[in-house]
Design a protein around this ligand. Sequence first.
Ligand SMILES: [Zn+2]
Length: 65
Amino acid sequence: MDVKVGDILKMKKPHPCGSHSFLTLRVGMDFKIRCTGCGREVMLPRLKCEKNIKQIIRENSEEET
Ligand SMILES: [Zn+2]
């Protein structure tokens, strides 16, 4: 699965706050994602994160560094 920084991830399981969308902050062995509902940042092992992804939303292809 091709996840890049800046992607919005739609998750199968929602965050406790009820939001299904997470912004990708960092990718690597672990993914760092920020909940778009409450703004909380979470670190997840890549495998666990990828299993939970329902859809990747890439609004623009330009990467911000
Ligand atoms: Zn949240």
